[in-house]
Ligand binder design. Structure first.
Ligand SMILES: [Zn+2]
Length: 83
């Protein structure tokens, strides 16, 4: 998986697929933010700092399902995200 695949899942994936995402470079958790007023979408890896921004983007599925800003791929409650 690379960042193109991550973007695909963020835009078009279902909730289960989105919540499984982690950074393809380092396995860290991913934070996203969608700004409806500017139609821009930012994705950041919380560990390695990878950053990408799309503008003119339609609201991605991840923002519809989880809210306009969220962090996913967080390891919590002794459970590791798979894939
Ligand atoms: Zn990373």
């Amino acid at each position: 998986m690379d960042w193109y695949d991550v973007d695909d899942v963020l835009y078009d994936g279902n909730e289960q697929e989105i919540l499984r995402l982690t950074c393809p470079d380092c396995g860290g958790s991913i934070a996203f933010a969608y700004y409806a007023d500017t139609a821009s979408f930012e994705v950041t890896c919380k560990r390695c700092g990878h950053f990408s921004r799309d503008s003119g983007a339609p609201r991605p599925n991840c923002a519809v399902l989880l809210g306009d800003t969220a962090t996913i791929g967080v390891t919590g409650a002794g459970e590791s995200p798979k894939l």
